[in-house]
Design a protein around this ligand. Structure first.
Ligand code: ZN
Length: 362
């Protein structure tokens, strides 16, 4: 018997007036009960069972059957109300109040026009737009990862001292190898995943070209240039015949587009376990055009990011044959890029929630 939730079930035809009467009474009462299950404990129901013994023997079975029918009807009513409770609309945990609260009892909220998109996210849109135009796709990084993606897949052998340079936050949760889960210190955690996901496309002549923005974490002493939480965007490009010249040209094009002026770059050798050769890239100061200013410490140049040709071991671990394919990768700090664009002197402003700072970007 299907019943619309919250309504009284269709009336059974009870042969005994006593039971019909009790049915009507109990169903009406159930409708007003908050906990519908309480109706099954009603004294009237118990009284009916008690009456069986007082009836003539040949009627007892029929009478008892009807009480059971009534009880079954009440049980269905209880079950229907429980289904209804389960079908309540899901709670929006991002809402700043309980959405089930009546409209007139909800707290007063500022109009949405009073808010704005965070400057870093505005600038990230600009960054991604440029790379879309250059044929890259984008995928977000993640904010918790395992030891394999943070280190092993990136050619950091066990116990390698370079692991210590990525001093980040560990959780008490462990991965399946018993290592603590890690708040990623770089977006390079996604390299292995992207290589694996797209390795098959390489054979079809489709390069892997992806930009991976994400929040990263370092155990830093905080100052105007260092935050424990900041944004990076990783770049990954793999195809036949890719070389370091392609990498530098790609990034120079990006920087010139982003700063809307011709940017010079210079690279110097560096070391990262996951790229070989590795570079540190400096750009001509977009603020003073190399004349010297506070942003570039009067040098005219600003060291911006690390990059390099993806190490053959990293390609191999990602299912890509390094004898056939080569590729480049970079990990660029978004915060620093934006700081240079607007002459922001302290990286801590971004996470400070200071409205006087944020309102300048509305
Ligand atoms: Zn400068």
């Amino acid at each position: 018997m299907a019943a619309a939730s919250g309504t009284i079930l269709s009336n059974m035809n009870y042969q005994y007036p006593k039971i019909a009467e009790a049915a009507e009474l109990l169903k009406a009462r159930a409708a007003s009960l908050e906990n519908k299950a309480d109706i099954l404990k009603a004294v009237e129901l118990r009284a009916l069972y008690g009456e069986i013994a007082t009836l003539p023997v040949d009627e007892r079975a029929n009478f008892g059957k009807e009480i059971n029918t009534l009880k079954a009807e009440l049980e269905q009513l209880v079950a229907a109300s429980q289904n209804e409770a389960e079908a309540l609309p899901p709670i929006d945990i991002t809402a700043p109040f309980d959405t089930n609260v009546a409209a007139d009892k909800r707290p007063k909220l500022l109009p949405s026009e009073a808010g704005s998109i965070h400057p870093l996210m505005q600038e990230l849109e600009t960054v991604l737009d440029i790379f879309y135009r250059m044929g890259f796709t984008a995928i977000e990084s993640r904010e918790l990862d395992d030891e394999y993606h943070m280190f092993s897949s990136l050619n950091f052998p066990d116990g390698h001292p370079a692991r210590d340079e990525f001093d980040t936050f560990m959780t008490v949760q462990q991965d399946h190898n018993g290592h603590p889960l890690i708040a990623p210190a770089h977006t390079s955690i996604m390299q292995n995943r992207m290589l694996r996901a797209h390795a098959d496309n390489l054979a079809k002549g489709e390069p892997i070209a992806v930009v991976i923005p994400g929040r990263v974490f370092r155990n830093e002493d905080l100052d105007a240039r260092h935050e424990h939480t900041f944004y990076q965007f990783e770049g990954l490009y793999v195809d036949k015949g890719v070389n370091a010249g392609n990498l530098l040209a790609t990034f120079k094009t990006f920087l010139s587009e982003y700063y809307q002026q011709d940017i010079e770059i210079k690279s110097q050798p560096f070391y990262f376990p996951f790229t070989e050769p590795s570079f540190e890239l400096a750009l001509s100061c977009p603020f003073c055009q190399k004349k010297g200013c506070n942003i570039c410490s009067q040098s005219g140049w600003i060291e911006l990011l690390g990059m390099g040709m993806i190490h053959p071991n990293v390609l191999r671990e990602g299912g890509v044959d390094p004898e056939v394919y080569t590729g480049f990768a970079w990990g660029c700090g978004l915060d620093r890029l934006v700081m240079m664009k607007y002459g922001i002197e302290d990286v801590r402003h971004f996470e400070s929630a200071r409205l006087d700072f944020l309102r300048q970007f509305v």
